[in-house]
Structure formats: structure tokens, C-alpha cells
Design a protein around this ligand. Structure first.
Ligand code: ADP
Ligand code: MG
Length: 250
């Protein structure tokens, strides 16, 4: 309690994290450390626990044992200030989850007003700055249904950035998109990486992993089987589970 956060402390620290749904063990003794500015790609077969891990990091899911800290603060849905902690973690999901009855600008200002208590003017300025960053400022008064899937996902990214999160967490952000739109969303993610954003990206885009990741983590059966820099991960990976996975996604 009250310990100063040193810049050497990881931005995200997960230790001994285990979770089960009834008798089904979904996460088993997961350890993962993400330094400030580091980009970690998490991959692995469907059902290996990736989304559950993401939800534990973002305070949406309870867990049986272990610790999750983001920027030095423990994360658990039971804690009192979980909304404030959640605001520190920008989540982008496969489904864009924009409010359909609100304009792009309103989608980006709502949480700023409620969670960050910003004035209407400040929220608007921040929203327009991030919409400009994802090259959608001219769509500020459009409604989500008027945008392509790729554009909607870029709005979702801008909306998350508006809260000035410490970490951005992407859970298969491009999986629901048509192939031609995958590229524009990945380019936006690469832009964020270049800006030094701390990122955890659950994705099967191994080209993105190679280009951007500092570390690639492979999950299987609720465990992190391997976490290594991309050169090592793709270069001489002996584990047959990883070999099988890579042969399927490439
Ligand atoms: P991934 O994202 O890697 O596909 P998930 O984290 O979504 O994997 O799921 C991991 C396992 O947990 C799966 O077997 C899934 O069926 C199970 N699971 C996920 N959410 C729930 C839930 N709310 N209740 C019961 N089982 C769940
Ligand atoms: Mg998933």
C-alpha cells in the first residue's frame, strides 16, 4: 500500500492467475509481465483462454487465485473503484460495440463525461483529436450504421484512446472484418505501437506479430505455453502445439 510506482515496474503484471467455470479450468497458473511501451501478441487455438485472460486484465471477470495489476493497481471486478481502473485499460473487441443511436462523436465523448468527468468542450476536443488520429474526423456526426466495419472499429479504438488508458487491449479486433478492412485496422494498431502505447493484442495476424510484437505468447489449455520475442517464436519453435497452430494460421 502506498508504494511508489517505479518506471521499472511492469505496466501489466499477472502472476499465478487461475480461473475455472464450475469444474472447467480455463486459466491455469498464468504469468505474464508487460513493460511500459511493450507490445505483446497473444495467440493460440480457440478455447485456450485468451478472451478470459483479457477479461481478467480489464476487470470484467473474477478469478479464483493469483494477482493482476495494471499500472501498479490490483484489478478485480469486486474492488470498489473498478470503473476507474477499467478506464485505464482500453478494450477493443471483435464486435465494435458502438452505441448505434449515438453519433461517432457522441460515442467518443460519453465515457469521458461520465468516467473522467470532463466538460462537454474538453470531451469534444479530445474526441476530435483521436478521431483525427484514426483518420475519421470527417465522420464525427455520422452514425455507426453509416460506416464500414473497418471504420467502426477505428472509432472503437478512438473511443478507447479518449480515456487516456495506460494499456490498450485488443481481443481479435480484426476477426469480424472483411479482408480489405483488416489492413486499415492493423495500420491503426501499428500507428499506436509506433507512438509507444503499451499493447496486448490477441490476434491470429502473425504478420502483425512479426512486425510489431516485442513478445509473442502462445496459449493452450489455459496456460501460456511459450512467450518469446518474435524472432525466437517463429524461428525455431520446437513445441508441436505451436507448430500445429502456425501451420493453420499461415
Ligand atoms: P479463447 O478466447 O481463447 O477462444 P475463451 O477465453 O473465450 O477462449 O474460453 C476459454 C474456455 O472457457 C472455453 O472452453 C470456453 O468454453 C470457456 N468459457 C468462456 N466463458 C465462459 C463462461 N462464461 N461460462 C463457462 N465457460 C466459459
Ligand atoms: Mg476469444
Amino acid at each position: 500500500m502506498g508504494t511508489a510506482i517505479s518506471s521499472l515496474d511492469p505496466m501489466v503484471s499477472i502472476a499465478g492467475l487461475s480461473k475455472h467455470f464450475h469444474a472447467h479450468q480455463v486459466l491455469s497458473d498464468v504469468h505474464l509481465s508487460v513493460a511500459a511501451g511493450e507490445r505483446v501478441v497473444v495467440c493460440g487455438p480457440s478455447g485456450s483462454g485468451k478472451s478470459t485472460l483479457a477479461r481478467c486484465i480489464s476487470g470484467l471477470e473474477s478469478y479464483a487465485s493469483g494477482t493482476v495489476t495494471v499500472n501498479g493497481v490490483a484489478v478485480s471486478p469486486r474492488m470498489r473503484h473498478v470503473d476507474l481502473v477499467r478506464a485505464n485499460i482500453g478494450m477493443v473487441f471483435q464486435q465494435f460495440n458502438l452505441f448505434p443511436h449515438l453519433t461517432v462523436l457522441e460515442n467518443c465523448t460519453l465515457a469521458q463525461r461520465w468516467v473522467r468527468h470532463r466538460s462537454r468542450q474538453e470531451a469534444r476536443q479530445t474526441a476530435l483529436a483521436y478521431l483525427d488520429k484514426v483518420r475519421l474526423a470527417e465522420k464525427a456526426s455520422a452514425y455507426p450504421a453509416q460506416l464500414s466495419g473497418g471504420q467502426q472499429q477505428r472509432v472503437a479504438i478512438a473511443r478507447a484512446l479518449c480515456l487516456n488508458p495506460s494499456v490498450m487491449l485488443f481481443d481479435e479486433a480484426t476477426s469480424a472484418l472483411d479482408p480489405e478492412m483488416v489492413k486499415e485496422v492493423l495500420e491503426t494498431m501499428i500507428l499506436l505501437a509506433r507512438d509507444g502505447m503499451t499493447m496486448i493484442c490477441i490476434t491470429h495476424e502473425m504478420g502483425f506479430a512479426r512486425a510489431v510484437a516485442d513478445k509473442v505468447a502462445f496459449m493452450d489449455g489455459g496456460r501460456i505455453v511459450q512467450a518469446a520475442p518474435p524472432g525466437e517464436f517463429f524461428g525455431h519453435c520446437a513445441d508441436p502445439r505451436i507448430q500445429r497452430f502456425l501451420s493453420q494460421v499461415f
